[in-house]
Design a protein around this ligand. Sequence first.
Ligand code: P5A
Length: 439
Amino acid sequence: MRLSQFFLPTLKETPSEAQIASHRLMLRAGMVRQLTAGIYSWLPLGHRVLKKIEQIVREEQDKIGFNELLMPTIQPAELWQESGRYDDYGLEMLRITDRHDRKMLFGPTNEEAITDIFRNDVRSYKQLPQMLYHIQWKFRDEIRPRFGVMRGREFLMKDAYSFDIDYESARHTYNKIFLAYCRTFTRLGVKAIPMVADTGPIGGDLSHEFIILADTGESEVFCDKKWLDKDLTGQGVDLNDRPGLENWVQTTLSDYAATEEKHDKANSPISGDDLIETRGIEVGHIFHFGTKYSEPMGATVLGPDGKDTPVQMGSYGIGVSRLVGALIEASHDENGIIWPESVAPYKVGLINLRTGDDACDAACEDAYAKMTNAGIEVLYDDRDIRAGGKFADMDLIGLPWQIVIGPKGLKNGVVELKNRRSGEKTEVTFEAALNQISA
Ligand code: P5A
């Protein structure tokens, strides 16, 4: 992509409404714009990151056997009256009336909608487990939308739902999701620590929040410092080996981690230097709630004993749009964002130090074509502006690599290669730069 043709409205000034780094940087880097309180448009740069995160989340769900579907954003009130949540959900639910005076709502979550799909089409325990998910916009009329996309009113969530015949199978499904979440966050380049959590309006008695440690997070958290170096890739774990998977989950959870609501200072198993007391950002939340929805909504199957049995359910959420902010919160410096490679909007920023100079233009065009042909995502700054502005914008938007081509280097047959994270700059031939980037 050529920057001259890309909609990238970067800002030099720090927007006054933004209180935390990620919000400031998302506005300054031209990733999002607020349409109204807690509701954001995703501009091209932000949209690319959102889609990359979404894709990693999707791949890890698919790998553990979940099926993707897509449910609507608007739901009928009757379904929520059946589960009993229509009144309970309160002011956070955006309620709408259609032209026939029917009560509707903009979905804050989809337990009811998926249970309705399930009960209409699944009859026998032989069809279990069912594991379904979608990635869809939600609306919660948060009393205090803030920190940009971190606590929005409209936000993108991956929500998965599972249906099993008994508790043991449901727990196996829960463990699969637990593993998938550990792998997802690892691929996204962050450490998200699973912590015992409250279940709130979703319900149930088994639940974990996945939390990225950050001073600007909304939750107060307490955890063993061992978490910082813990490997959460789950390599070699066999999904279908029930006891093996259960064992891996229990071992992983054996180091202490709890949110404020669950932390008991007086009885904490760790203290002193071993205990990290900080804040965190909740990027995922998983729940097992048994028959909380299947029972009132009549989601039953014929069990092996020939009896109608309400199914055991769980739901599992990842805040896809919140993650964009959370990843920035976890990785930035005074000059801007530093993207993990896996979600970077482009891998390389190509800077033409002297647009309009024939030799520079030709060398940049050549480099741009070679990288594009090699399948490398490049953002080529071909704008006719001062070099200082190009450097500042490139640091701000945080692409992992920068290649700078200017008249001096060209004379010596070299380009400047900069690694955004380490800040390291080297003068090398373009081919050597390409090798390093592709390594
Ligand atoms: C689990 C999936 C649920 O809604 N039902 C379906 C369950 N859980 S949750 O914890 O309430 O939300 C899941 C994740 O969504 C993100 N999230 C938000 N992101 C941005 N703005 C918000 N206002 C917001 N509310 C929730 C969080 O990452 C949360 O873990």
